[in-house]
Write a protein that binds this ligand. Structure first.
Ligand code: FES
Length: 134
């Protein structure tokens, strides 16, 4: 292979790599939010103690569950709808640490680049049992 042929092949490879990078940006395949969720957390168990204080949260089966206030919980699929990074709960909103998208406590987008809501799940508290379900 002479120098011209090498540069020709290397150039095609570089363009292919650049295109691959551009195509993957923003088009990462996201895991779909599960639709068959139904589990119950015993809030008297130490493993679930985070949910006994306002603003406390934990993740179970990819669902981020937060105690907003006494008897008031919210639960969303934790994967950001932009590129799938796990969101965190901070001061009455969900925040994606990757590109800064934010969502309200119901999972609705309040700041991009995400354009779709986080999937929200139902919660029901009965005594010390918190049910999270689709
Ligand atoms: S992954 Fe980009 S804002 Fe969440």
């Amino acid at each position: 292979m002479n120098r011209f042929e090498f540069l020709k092949v290397a150039g095609v490879g570089a363009v292919a790599c650049a295109c691959g990078s551009l195509v993957s940006c923003g088009n990462k395949a996201l895991d779909p939010a599960p639709s068959n969720i139904d589990f119950t957390l015993d809030l008297s168990q130490s493993a679930n103690a985070a949910l006994t204080v306002d603003g406390g949260s934990l993740t179970n089966q990819g669902i981020l569950i937060v105690r907003i206030s006494v008897g008031n919980f919210t639960a969303v699929y934790r994967s950001c709808t932009h590129e799938g990074t796990a969101v965190n709960y901070q001061s009455n909103k969900f925040v994606c640490p990757n590109h800064g998208a934010t969502f309200d406590i119901n999972g609705n987008v309040t700041k991009g680049p995400a354009t779709s809501s986080l999937r929200k799940y139902n919660t029901q508290l009965t005594n010390n049992s918190l049910r999270v379900y689709s």
